[in-house]
Design a protein around this ligand. Structure first.
Ligand SMILES: Cc1cc2nc3c(=O)[nH]c(=O)nc-3n(C[C@H](O)[C@H](O)[C@H](O)COP(=O)(O)OP(=O)(O)OC[C@H]3O[C@@H](n4cnc5c(N)ncnc54)[C@H](O)[C@@H]3O)c2cc1C
Length: 378
């Protein structure tokens, strides 16, 4: 009951390859989620010897436990990003994630559906915020649509919405397993069920920490600035009706839901009902949040659905809600790519590849915004 629906899908196994020789590698990656696998694929394709260490299974962390939303942008709304990051930086970040949505579509096969997404207004205050985001996106030439009329069962219950055409829906575990399989085909070595206890045990020229919210003790100063944050999810049995053709989110993302191709309702959120309590690395569901989720899906559907799966996952939040990607100050050869603040499905792919590019001596200009040194002083 408390395991991820996404991870329960049968896994096809990774391509059989001759076991790579033990001993030193060029790059050791800690964490086998979307970030670690994207980084491994890029480095292996560039001819580097790469080894991924994953304490559990590939996608066993947040990458296989999330809501399955693949959205452009990051943790900020676009108008807030223009204000907080600056207009050019905001535009650059949104363009980067749009490019990576295209990249994801090219790699993910049937694990990704380009459905668009709906950001909904729960009340007039949120509607005003959505209107500001809509105007900012339009001004800067991004595809976006305003929706006043919502389909059943939302008609009359919410205060309008923004439709984001480039977004989509993921079966995230299938996607990241597929990404890992591609990395293996390109020559990367995966070591699942192997927890790294200390960076000293890694024989590699470079080490990449791709542990997002799950990093405990490998680099204490990083632990100090990444807040582990818990998200909880429920999944229903397949519904008879097709109600939600794309990912939906309201109340600033605190409520989110979508329907899978088999008709299951996947709903998560309500962290705001116990914010302090949900800043934790304990990967377990709680009666309080589960109660909110059950009442929410019952109200949404007008009937009590059979819940078949419920689980928790941990993501890493930074103070400015931007990821940390690049060299770890004061630690030669150590790199980080983490801290997506709950928005890592597309950003994780982007940042895994960007950190690989930096290791290969080709740092992309987009990395400036994510410089670890802004929060991680030496
Ligand atoms: C409930 C929930 C809902 C979410 N919904 C969305 C969403 O809809 N859209 C979105 O974009 N983002 C969402 N997120 C965030 C997103 O899932 C993450 O940002 C993203 O998966 C991060 O990927 P990652 O590869 O960096 O980290 P993870 O996928 O967390 O991978 C890190 C891995 O590191 C491993 N690890 C840690 N320490 C060690 C060690 N010492 N040795 C070896 N391995 C180690 C862990 O086992 C883990 O598998 C959600 C997160 C949660 C928890």
């Amino acid at each position: 009951m408390t395991s991820s629906y996404w991870l329960s899908e049968e896994r096809l196994g990774f391509p059989e390859r001759e076991r790579p020789p033990a001993g030193p590698v060029d790059v050791a990656i800690v964490g086998g989620g979307v970030t670690g696998c994207a980084c491994a694929l890029a480095l292996a394709e560039a001819g580097r010897r790469v080894r991924v260490y994953e304490a559990r299974e590939i996608a066993g962390g947040a990458s296989g436990r999330n809501g399955g939303f693949a959205l452009r942008g990051g943790a900020h709304a676009y108008d807030a990003a223009r204000r907080d990051l600056g207009p050019e930086q905001a535009k650059g970040l949104w363009r980067l994630t749009e490019r990576y949505l295209d990249r994801l579509e090219g790699l993910a096969g049937d694990a990704f559906r380009r459905t668009g997404s709906l950001r909904l207004a729960a009340d007039p205050g949120e509607r005003a915020e959505l209107e500001a985001e809509y105007e900012a996106l339009r001004e800067d030439g991004f595809a976006v649509e305003w929706r006043d009329e919502l389909a059943e069962p939302l008609r009359g219950r919410l205060d309008g919405a923004i439709f984001h055409p480039p977004d989509g829906s993921l079966q995230p575990a299938r996607w990241v397993r597929r990404l890992a399989a591609r990395a293996v085909e390109a020559g990367a070595e995966l070591r699942e069920h192997q927890r790294v206890e200390s960076l000293d045990e890694l024989e590699a020229d470079h080490v990449v920490l791709a542990t997002d919210g799950y990093m405990h003790g490998l680099l204490p100063e990083l632990d100090a600035i990444i807040t582990p944050t818990r998200g909880q999810v429920v999944v229903s049995e397949p519904l008879e009706r097709r109600l939600f053709p794309c990912p939906h989110y309201a109340r600033h993302g605190y409520d989110y839901w979508q329907q899978t191709p088999e008709g299951r309702l996947v709903a998560g959120g309500f962290r705001d009902k116990a914010l302090d309590h949900e800043h934790t690395a304990e990967e377990e569901v709680t009666p309080l949040i589960q109660g909110h989720l059950e009442r929410f899906v019952t109200e949404l559907l007008g009937e009590v659905p059979q819940i078949t799966h419920r689980w928790a996952g941990i993501f890493g939040t930074t103070e400015d809600r931007l990821p940390l990607v690049g060299a770890a100050p004061g630690h030669d050869g150590v790199w980080v790519a983490c801290g997506y603040s709950g928005h890592g499905n597309v950003l994780g792919l982007a940042c895994g590849e960007l950190v690989a590019g930096a290791i290969l001596g080709r740092p992309a200009p987009e990395l400036e915004l994510f410089e670890p040194v802004r929060l991680l002083a030496v």
